[in-house]
Each structure stands twice: as structure tokens, then as C-alpha cells.
Design a protein around this ligand. Structure first.
Ligand code: UD1
Ligand code: MG
Length: 465
């Protein structure tokens, strides 16, 4: 039986070693704030309440999660000022707890704990006992050490600064993550004292109180050491970022995605791939990206909130945002698809072509050097090199419509609003200000003349007038 749950996230610490104006828990890992990772994991446990204990710089944290980037209404907030230790922090959250039997304590700066690990810990505590997530470290210095009796029973946690030499040799440490019986908390936290090396109210001292009250104290361990790793500096943040990215790359490889190098891919969001997807090096995927069967992404591409349909090829050095790429399309190299781009089947978009808020129907092409904005392009349209939609008059945006099978000559300006009719041809260099009728050649170009016998000027000799 799984017990009902409250979650408390401790996040009042200052994070001085980040050397940043941004509160520590707002620093991004894989494009998402550390605290957002913790909360997203907590939510998968379906708790009755989640309370974040905040302090230093915490108003920025509250804003980010209140009505900012991570807006969410399911959070309770408890301010801890001043910060007198982890026990004092949990005490501030007590009035905000829901009716859960078990209270799970997480840290806002420990982002990568797996939900399965937490479930095991909660399960361990579901009979009213206390459960501590512990881990064995090669170098345990700085951490609270797990003290066990001769039967191996957990009897206490001694902070590094309070530990004697013998205790400091213990390699099993407190990760800080604990599941506690909610109904005992008021009494236990009320009894904590701060007569220790740091003059703090240690949450870890509840272990002694549990032992004294004959409440069993158990432990669980994470599957991987990094699940309990915290972020105190940019160095640690970058290490966890790499671990997280490596894990995501491994998942993709396991699903059959081909990665040229699993160490050179960054996913800041979710990447869903079909069968036989190939991704070359140094690609960044942000938000929700979907690559359907047989799609490929060349080296050094950035894709943000993009869907790439089956068989489409994104060549190297492309930047795609809020765009849909049709089946078997070919994009790039060096193409930019901006928000609102929708490309149909077998569309070709070549080098140095920028497209914004435009639709291309199937088999249309813009292969070189063009800007197509606010346009509706039909089927089998050919857009020549240097074509520009003049979509903005300095105040408003206007649409360009190019109907099926039109041929737009090179170096054409389409001054919107304007329509190119079905099968129309525009001569190279045209500045189109009025609609071009279907099926006809339209051209705006000064007549070509040759001045017979014209001579180039020659440079005067020195002194010559
Ligand atoms: C704590 C544990 C230690 C454990 C280690 C794991 C205690 C007394 N010690 O030590 O056993 O090995 O974590 O990293 O619990 N926080 C507050 N308010 C406070 C103090 C801390 O909200 O007044 C928050 C911090 O923001 C942080 C977490 O609690 O998220 C841990 O604080 P930290 O100062 O890192 O604790 P340690 O001394 O490292
Ligand atoms: Mg710490």
C-alpha cells in the first residue's frame, strides 16, 4: 500500500558559490530551472501538497513559479528568514502541509533524482517509519555521515563538522532526501536544538528523536550516485548537465536512433524520434521536437518546437523554430525557418533562405538566398535566388500569395499585399507592386540599351588638367 504524501522542497539556501545574481534554483539544467526539475519529479508522485521553502532571493523564485516562466498554481510557499538550518526550514513548511501520511523532503538544488528512487523511499516509510536516502561515496567529506549500530541499524546522522575522526571514515552519507511520518513532525522539529558546530537546527537530528520514540529508521539507495548530487557551483552544474544529456542520448540509442556522437547532442526539452532517424554531431533540440521515421538532421542544427515529417533531411547549420517540415523535404544547409513556417511534402529550402509565418505546399522550392515572410505558396512553385517578400511597410505586415506552378525569377521583390496567379512567370529583377495574372509573363525592368562607341574614362597623367 502506498501512503498518501506531502512534498517539501528546501530551497532557501543562498547559493553563494554560483557567483550569480540569479537564485541558485533558477539556474537552468537542460534549459529548465533546477527547481522545475525537482517539482516535475515530485508531481509524478501525485502528492497531496507541495511546499517550497524559500529565502534568499526567493521572491524571484516565487515570481518565476507564480506567474512567470514556470507558472503553476499547485504550489504552497513558506518563507524562511533567516536561514537557521534544514530542521528550521522544514518547520516553516509545517503549516502548509496537506493531509499526507508521509512527508517527503527534497532539495531544490538536487535536480536529477529519479521518481522510482523516491517511490522506493516512500514505500519504505509507508508503515510510519522514517526513511533516509543514503549513498556510499568514495569521498564523503562535507556530508552528514550515516551512523549504524553493530546490527547495521541506522541510529544517527553526524554532520561532517561535528564528526570525530572515526565517524569521518564512514563513507555512507546522508543525501538529505528523507521520508518522514507527518504526524510526528511538529513534536520532533519543536525539540531540535542548535548546539552544534554550525549553530543550526539540523533536520538530521530527528533521527535520534525517532530512535528514542522507537520509530524505526530505514534507508534506501538510489540506483545511480548522480541522482543525489547537488549543485553548489557552475562546475557541479556543468557536470550534472553532461550526465543528464548522456542519459538522454543513451535512451535515444536504445530506441534505435543513430547518433553520430552521443556526447555531442543537447536536448533541452523532449525529443521524440521514429524509426531510422539519424542525428549528426552538435545538434541542439529545444522544447518539443518530433523527428518522424527516416528523418535526418545534419551537423550543427538548432531545432526548437519543430516537427519534421518522415524522410525529410535537414542539412547542416540550420536554425528551425516553431516550424513544420513536410515529408521528404530538404532543408539547408544554412537555412532559417522562423515561427509559423509550414512546409509540405518534398519542399526544398536551400542555403541562406529565411522563411517566416509562411506556408509552402508540396514540391515547391526556394533554393538560394531569399526572404519569404507572411506568404502562402502553392504547389510546384519555383522561387528564384534573391527573391524578397516586402511584407512590412513600416507599420503593418501584409501577405503575399503565390499560386500553384508560378515561377518567380531571380532578384524579385514582391511588395505585399500582392498575388501571383497560377502558372504566372515573373521576369528576373521584377518589383511586383500589382497582382500578376495567371499564366502570363509579368516583368518590371528598365529596357536594356547599349551606347554604341562609349569609352571608359581614362586616368589623367600627373600635372595634366
Ligand atoms: C545537508 C545535510 C547533510 C547532507 C547534505 C547533503 C543537514 C543538517 N545536513 O548538509 O547531512 O549530507 O545536506 O547535501 O540537514 N536549506 C534551507 N534552509 C536552511 C538551510 C538549508 O532551505 O536554513 C536548504 C538548502 O537550500 C539546500 C538544502 O537545504 O537545498 C541543504 O542545505 P545545505 O546547506 O546544502 O546543507 P548541508 O550543510 O550541505
Ligand atoms: Mg549542500
Amino acid at each position: 500500500m502506498t501512503a498518501s504524501l506531502n512534498v517539501v522542497v528546501l530551497a532557501a539556501g543562498q547559493g553563494k558559490r554560483m557567483y550569480s545574481a540569479l537564485p541558485k534554483v533558477l539556474h537552468p539544467l537542460a534549459g529548465k530551472a533546477l527547481l522545475a526539475h525537482v517539482l516535475d519529479t515530485a508531481r509524478t508522485l501525485a502528492p497531496q501538497s507541495i511546499c517550497v521553502v524559500y529565502g534568499h532571493g526567493g521572491d524571484a523564485v516565487r515570481t518565476a513559479f507564480g506567474d512567470g516562466q514556470y507558472a503553476s498554481a499547485d504550489l504552497a510557499w513558506a518563507k524562511q528568514e533567516p536561514q537557521l538550518g534544514t530542521g528550521h526550514a522544514l518547520l516553516q513548511a509545517l503549516p502548509k502541509l496537506g493531509g499526507g501520511d508521509v512527508t517527503l523532503v527534497l532539495y531544490g538544488d538536487v535536480p536529477l533524482t529519479r521518481a522510482d528512487t523516491l517511490k522506493r523511499l516512500i514505500e519504505t516509510a509507508s508503515d510510519g517509519s522514517l526513511a533516509v536516502l543514503t549513498v556510499e561515496l568514495a569521498d564523503p567529506s562535507g556530508y552528514g555521515r550515516i551512523v549504524r549500530d553493530t546490527q547495521g541499524k541506522l541510529t544517527g546522522i553526524v554532520e561532517h563538522k561535528d564528526a570525530n575522526d572515526e565517524q569521518r571514515r564512514i563513507r555512507e552519507v546522508n543525501t538529505g532526501i528523507m521520508a518522514l511520518p507527518t504526524r510526528r513532525l511538529a513534536s520532533w522539529l519543536g525539540k531540535l536544538e542548535n548546539n552544534n558546530a554550525q549553530q543550526e537546527y539540523y533536520l538530521t537530528d530527528v533521527i535520534k528523536l525517532a530512535v528514542a520514540a522507537a520509530v524505526p529508521v530505514n534507508s534506501a539507495q538510489p540506483a545511480s550516485e548522480w541522482e543525489s548530487a547537488g549543485v553548489n557551483s557552475k562546475v557541479e552544474l556543468s557536470q550534472l548537465e553532461r550526465i543528464f544529456q548522456r542519459e538522454q542520448a543513451t535512451r535515444l540509442l536504445e530506441q534505435g536512433v543513430s547518433l553520430a556522437d552521443p556526447a555531442r547532442i543537447d536536448i533541452r526539452g523532449t525529443l521524440k524520434c521514429g524509426r531510422d532517424v539519424v542525428i549528426d554531431i552538435n545538434c541542439v533540440f529545444e522544447g518539443d521536437v518530433q523527428l518522424e521515421d527516416g528523418a535526418s538532421v545534419g551537423a550543427n542544427c538548432v531545432l526548437k518546437n519543430v516537427r519534421v515529417a518522415a524522410g525529410a533531411q535537414i542539412h547542416p547549420f540550420c536554425h528551425l523554430e516553431e516550424a513544420v517540415v513536410g515529408a521528404n523535404a530538404r532543408i539547408g544547409p544554412y537555412a532559417r525557418l522562423r515561427p509559423g513556417t509550414k512546409l509540405g511534402e518534398d519542399v526544398h529550402i536551400g542555403n541562406f533562405v529565411e522563411i517566416k509565418n509562411s506556408e509552402f505546399d508540396s514540391h515547391s522550392k526556394a533554393n538560394h538566398l531569399a526572404y519569404i515572410g507572411d506568404a502562402t505558396v502553392g504547389k510546384k512553385v519555383n522561387i528564384g535566388a534573391g527573391t524578397i517578400t516586402c511584407n512590412y511597410d513600416g507599420a503593418n505586415k501584409h501577405r503575399t500569395i503565390i499560386e500553384d506552378e508560378a515561377f518567380i525569377g531571380s532578384d524579385t521583390q514582391l511588395v505585399a499585399p500582392v498575388t501571383v496567379g497560377k502558372g504566372a512567370t515573373l521576369g528576373a529583377g521584377t518589383t511586383l507592386t500589382k497582382d500578376a495574372p495567371p499564366g502570363e509573363l509579368t516583368i518590371s525592368r528598365a529596357k536594356q540599351t547599349t551606347l554604341a562607341g562609349w569609352k571608359r574614362p581614362v586616368k589623367k597623367a600627373k600635372g595634366e588638367r
